[in-house]
Design a protein around this ligand. Sequence first.
Ligand code: NAD
Length: 358
Amino acid sequence: MRFEHETLAQRVRFATGQAPATICAEVQRLGGSRVMVIASADEADLANEVTADVPVVLHHREVVMHVPVACAERARAAAVEHEVDVLVSVGGGSTTGLAKAVALTSGIPIVAVPTTYAGSEATSVWGLTEAARKTTGVDARVLPRSIVYDATLTLSLPLALTVASGLNALAHCVDAMWGPRTDPIDQALAVEGVRALAAGLPAVAADPTGLRGREQMLYATYLAAVAFSSAGSGLHHKICHVLGGAFNLPHAQTHAVVLPYVLAFNASAAPDTERRIAEAFGATTALDGLQALRRTVDAPRALRDFGFDEADIDHAVTAIQEVVPASNPRKVTDDGLRQLLRAAWHGADPSQLTRRDN
Ligand code: NAD
């Protein structure tokens, strides 16, 4: 066996119901005395509550999805002006993304407090947008030094967004199985992530106010993000990156819709991966497991429901072809990709994409 795996240096604390004291302790460990709290206006009350005992010099509220460069510049200038020494981000991937943009140019350490299942807190990937073009990169400075996961902070996330965001985490797991740098460690984390999401998501859908399911989901979110960050973007993420960046589709919902189509497309060409995902779901096939979960939690179904225009499919095919990973288990032809996007646009049965000749 030969492979290289880099483990990212980061403290992770699971602290259900104890975010305030845990955040305080993590800020202290970093020697923080001038903290900038980044949280959107909608999460302001939550952020104020959990940072009540932290030495805050600035509350920054301007959080915009996909981190426009102008917003990043304003946040960076504010951090310099207030001589900030630690950033605390409280929110979803957009909020973590803004903290990363500040850390990218300043090196200021981040304590990330996630309130969705996007997983950005466990990756060293940053993203910025300018003139509708999304740029991403990898830089060790943007990896939060500490993560504080407190499931009580996710209780306010509406169920539909919880489902979409949980399926975003599931997409990290599935894509990590065949990402360009995937290795046995990534795959072990990813299948455990699938197992925990297959248990956690239905538990939350059945009882959105219960904590056990949400804890399972946060645990899976972390595993998923670590695996995905190490394995790199596979076909699923390349498709969603193009759809989100060029057509401005919502992040979590796009992942939730596209996942079964990519799984169906690749499964027959990656039988070992398919079997491991099926086992993690406790299902006969990986697609059966995913579709049963999607039915249980009433998952988003079709790209046409999220503002994607059928007339843009050919344009999307061209853009995706430029970034398809060479390592994808099944050859991706223009026709194959067009069929995949058409099926996802309609919300059609994904099993029609499964290749039957092997
Ligand atoms: P988001 O952060 O945009 O949040 C979605 C919505 O949920 C917002 O309206 C927000 O206010 C609300 N919300 C968040 N937490 C809530 C809570 N607990 N209660 C009620 N409402 C809440 O969406 P997201 O899906 O978390 O993140 C998407 C962004 O993250 C995208 O820009 C994506 O590119 C980025 N991302 C980056 C990485 C990475 O590794 N760099 C990984 C995943 C996602």
